[in-house]
Structures are given as structure tokens and as C-alpha cells.
Design a protein around this ligand. Structure first.
Ligand code: BGP
Length: 480
């Protein structure tokens, strides 16, 4: 009987706790445009889309995008209409430090833009949640090797300190990096995102190593120089799918745990516990040795660095969209050097799962509940922000599939909070509006608002999902 009653308790009847906040997200390169205005310099996405237009579907780029650089007041009006508690947006590094390097001049017009946007949010009762870096590395820094170059730690620290100094009176929530796994794996591993470098199993590990040290440095700078006066909090956005074991066998359960450690754990374990997950260290060290490398392809932290990195988070942040099945497989050919063969599991998606306009995004609502439980259990019940979740289609204002996605995922989140005791305090919809979706250009739409990219004015129009989201926020439950 208990089981039956539990089954019948639909999360749609339950209410989000009072402390729970709702937001919407964008990122600088994806919405701002104004790519060379007011002394902004080129970033790696400006560079790759101009140098190799075919890199992006339909040869598109973010030169104008949603034109948010000029239309930020409209964006804030949309957020106000939506009724969100906060807005997650990112800052363009090459707008703030056009010469990229530590010690070079700060661009006052860049600072002014973000102060204006942030003040406009505050004037409208919307809390800023700022991503310091969302994939748009200044091209000047890529010219010296990009993230695998250890010097990036200093250059990033200079940029981050500048933001704390210039915006920290207004901004109280900072995210150092968005999805560093994508920066490193796609940027320097499989080459599917700018700068498009293919050196999987080597450069992606170096990139991560530098980036984690840069994160820790920014965290310590905030902690030691700003926290006492500004009273804010700092975290890092880490993305992961859920990896559902294909069977209950020990091998498949191990494959699932290993995939999660190589994905979420690659970044979360260092910032929580001080080092890479043991399974990554063991596997990559052993494979490197067998491959004849003089040192492991996975760089090592010194004891001092381990201590410096450990505990550099005030909350954990999760981007979650999709799920795969995972099973154990025979060891990969030792001659193959890649992240994939270091991880060495077999993954696939189920044909019955609803698809979206993005090949990597399947609608698997129960996956988010499992991810939240795994993060909570693995990292000892931290406060968790969901910093992205959303659904892509080909466009249109009647987006009932998106409404369905939000209902189902939010229902699983609610169950994680109310039934499983997971400490989730924020939910962020990706995205506030249709935008430049990286290599998909404008062909794939995630927005609650549509943007007409054929019109030079870039008019925005609410979709049905926008009204739906407003209703969820105001009623604090999952209305039909
Ligand atoms: C996340 C990114 C976002 C956004 C979203 C949709 O990985 O943080 O910037 O782009 O995914 O993905 P995509 O643009 O690849 O379709």
C-alpha cells in the first residue's frame, strides 16, 4: 500500500520551498554582439567564426547575435516580465581586458556596460549571478597557447580580481568557469568548439590543470581580499549527464561511477577534496606508463597546490540536460591516446527517449534526480545550484515540448528536494532567449523568448513556455 500511495503522490501537487529561487541564463558571446565595439578585442569565437566560417552551421557567428550589448534594458524588462528571482549572465573577458595579459589596461567602457546592466537588474529587483568565464577566451591568450599554457592562471586571476574590484559592490554571486570540461575537452580534445584543437588525452588534461589552479586562485583572491567587505559567494559550474548503468552487475555499476568521476568528479573532486578522482589518477597513470610516456599524461598537483585547491567552493553548481546508458567494456587498445580510451566505457541512448533539436539532448527527466542525488551523496550534501537546464527545438512560439520538458524535469527536482533531501536552492532555465548556440549557430533554439535574427532590431517575443515559467514561479508549483 505504501508503494501505491507513493506512486500516486505526483510532484505536481507539491510546492517549492520558500527559499528556492528561479532564474534564467545567457552567456556573453551568445547574446551580446558588438564584437569589436568600444575597444573590445577579438576572442576565440570571433576568431574561429571569421577565419573559418564553415565551423558553424550556416556560416553564422556572434557578431550581432541578440544585440544585447545595445538592448540590455529590454533583456531586463523580459526578466522582470518573467518574474525570475535572478539572472545568470557572463562577462566578456576581451571587453574588460582587451590586451588579455595581466597588468594591461582595463577598458572603462566595458566595465561601464556591465555596471549598467547589473544596476538595471538591481533596480528591477533581480539578483545578478555572474559567470566570469563562459568559453570566450581572448584570442591574444590563445595565441600564447590558450588554457594548456600555465601562464593563463595569472592572466585569469588579474581579470577576476578586476571584476571583484569593479563590480563586487553590486554582484554577490560569482561563478568562476562555465562547464570547464567543455572548454578543455571540446576546445583542446576533440576540437568541436573554439579554438578547435585536437589533442585528446593530453591537452585537455593540461587545460584542466591550469584552469583548476586559476579557479582556486580567483576563489582565494575573493576570500582574502573581498569577502569581508563584499560578503558574496563563489562557485564553479560543472556539467554532467546522468550515466545509467545498463544492468545491476558490479561491472556496469563501476562503469557508471567511473563515467561520473571522469565527468563531474574531474572538477568537483579537486575543489571539494583537493585532487583528481582516484580512478582517473590510477587509470591515466597506468595507461601513460604502458604507452611509454616519461610522466603521466594527467598532470600532478604539488602538496601545496592540493591544499590550495581543496575547499574552493561556497556551493556546487550543476548544468544537467541529458542521460546515457553506460556499460563496462573490454580495455581499449593501449595505443589509442584519448580521454575516451582513458575512461573506456560504452555509452548509448535509448531509441524510445524523446529527442530534441540537439543530437546530444534526450528528454530523460529522471536523470536529473539521479544526478542531484549522486552529487549530494558524493560531496556530502552541499548546497547545489542548478545553473542550466533546458530544451532545444527548431523554433516557434507554441513550444509545448519545452513546457513538457520543464514540467517533467522540475518535477524530478522537486522530488529530489522534498523526498530525497537534496539541498538544491536554485533552478536556472537555459535560456532566457534564442541565441548563438555555438557550432549550431542559430539553427537550434533554447529560448523562453524568441528572437528574430532576420530583423536588424532583433525583436524578442515571449513563447508559451515563458508564460508557463512565470506561472511556476508565481504559484511555486507545477501547474498544468
Ligand atoms: C551548455 C552551455 C550553454 C548552452 C547550452 C546549449 O553546454 O553552457 O552555453 O550553449 O549548453 O548547448 P548547445 O549550444 O551546444 O546546443
Amino acid at each position: 500500500l505504501v508503494a501505491v500511495v507513493k506512486e500516486a503522490t505526483s510532484a505536481t501537487n507539491l510546492t517549492f520551498p520558500d527559499y528556492f529561487k528561479f532564474g534564467a541564463a545567457t552567456a556573453s558571446y551568445q547574446v551580446e554582439g558588438a564584437w569589436d565595439e568600444d575597444d573590445k578585442s577579438e576572442n576565440i569565437w570571433d576568431h574561429i567564426t571569421h577565419a573559418t566560417p564553415t565551423y558553424v552551421d550556416e556560416n553564422d557567428n556572434g557578431d550581432i547575435a541578440c544585440d544585447s550589448y545595445h538592448k540590455y534594458k529590454e533583456d531586463v524588462a523580459m526578466l522582470k516580465e518573467l518574474g525570475v528571482d535572478y539572472y545568470r549572465y557572463s562577462i566578456s573577458w576581451s571587453r574588460i581586458v582587451p590586451h588579455g595579459l595581466a597588468g594591461t589596461p582595463i577598458n572603462p567602457v566595458g566595465i561601464e556596460y556591465y555596471r549598467n546592466l547589473t544596476q538595471e537588474l538591481l533596480d528591477n529587483g533581480i539578483e545578478p549571478l555572474v559567470t566570469i568565464f563562459h568559453w570566450d577566451t581572448p584570442e591574444i591568450l590563445q595565441d600564447i597557447g590558450g588554457w594548456p599554457n600555465p601562464e593563463l592562471e595569472e592572466h585569469y586571476a588579474y581579470y577576476a580580481r578586476t571584476l571583484f574590484e569593479e563590480l563586487g559592490d553590486l554582484v554577490k554571486l560569482w561563478l568562476t568557469f562555465n562547464e570547464p570540461k567543455q572548454t578543455c575537452m571540446q576546445g583542446y580534445g576533440d576540437g568541436e568548439k573554439a579554438p578547435g584543437i585536437k589533442a585528446s588525452g593530453v591537452a585537455d588534461y593540461k587545460c584542466t590543470h591550469v584552469l583548476l589552479k586559476a579557479h582556486a586562485k580567483a576563489y582565494h583572491i575573493y576570500d582574502e581580499e573581498f569577502r569581508a567587505t563584499q560578503n558574496g559567494r563563489v562557485g564553479m559550474v560543472i556539467d554532467t549527464e546522468w550515466f545509467e548503468p545498463a544492468s545491476g552487475s558490479d561491472q556496469d555499476l563501476e562503469a557508471s561511477e567511473r563515467a561520473l568521476q571522469f565527468t563531474y568528479g574531474w572538477y568537483a573532486n579537486p575543489i571539494v577534496n583537493g585532487n583528481y578522482p582516484q580512478v582517473m589518477i590510477d587509470r591515466i597513470d597506468a595507461r601513460s606508463e604502458e604507452q611509454g610516456y616519461p610522466e603521466s599524461r594527467l598532470p600532478k598537483f604539488t602538496d601545496e597546490e592540493l591544499e590550495y585547491i581543496q575547499g574552493t567552493y561556497d556551493f556546487l553548481a550543476v548544468n544537467q540536460y541529458s542521460t546515457s546508458y553506460v556499460e563496462w567494456q573490454e580495455e581499449a587498445d593501449i595505443n589509442v591516446i584519448s580521454y575516451g580510451s582513458d575512461l573506456n566505457v560504452h555509452t548509448w541512448t535509448d531509441d524510445s527517449w524523446e529527442s530534441s533539436a540537439s543530437d546530444w539532448l534526450k528528454v530523460v527527466p529522471w536523470g536529473i534526480r539521479k544526478v542531484l542525488n549522486w552529487v549530494s551523496k558524493t560531496y556530502k550534501n552541499p548546497e547545489i545550484f542548478i545553473t542550466e537546464n533546458g530544451y532545444s527545438d527548431a523554433g516557434g512560439l507554441e513550444d509545448d515540448r519545452r513546457i513538457n520538458y520543464y514540467t517533467e524535469y522540475l518535477s524530478n527536482i522537486l522530488e529530489a528536494v522534498l523526498e530525497d533531501g537534496v539541498n538544491v536552492t536554485r533552478y536556472t532555465a537555459w535560456s532566457l532567449m534564442d541565441n548563438f548556440e555555438w557550432t549550431d549557430g542559430y539553427t537550434v533554439k533554447f529560448g523562453l523568448y524568441s528572437v528574430d535574427f532576420d530583423d536588424p532590431e532583433r525583436p524578442r517575443t515571449p513563447k508559451q513556455s515563458a508564460a508557463y515559467y512565470t506561472k511556476v514561479i508565481t504559484t511555486r508549483c507545477l501547474v498544468d
